[in-house]
Design a protein around this ligand. Structure first.
Ligand SMILES: [Zn+2]
Length: 69
């Protein structure tokens, strides 16, 4: 089991288990919330939590359209 631990104050600490349905990032295109599949993200052996950005479906769609125009 993996989890995130964040100390809020001296008295409060939050521990959240990481599952395949509770990991999100912010789309760099429009700022909306994007659900991340970590297994998929790391499956190419280049998974990098700092250097990886994931576009939402709408933005990745328009990026692809732009690429092939
Ligand atoms: Zn977007």
């Amino acid at each position: 089991m993996f989890y995130v631990r964040e100390k809020i104050s001296d008295a409060v600490e939050v521990i959240v288990e990481i599952h395949d349905d509770n990991v999100f990032c912010t789309c760099p295109g429009c700022g909306c919330e994007v659900e991340i599949n970590l297994a998929e993200l790391f499956s190419d052996d280049e998974g990098d939590l700092y250097g990886t950005t994931v576009y939402c479906q709408k933005c990745s769609g328009s990026r692809l359209e732009g690429r092939y125009e």
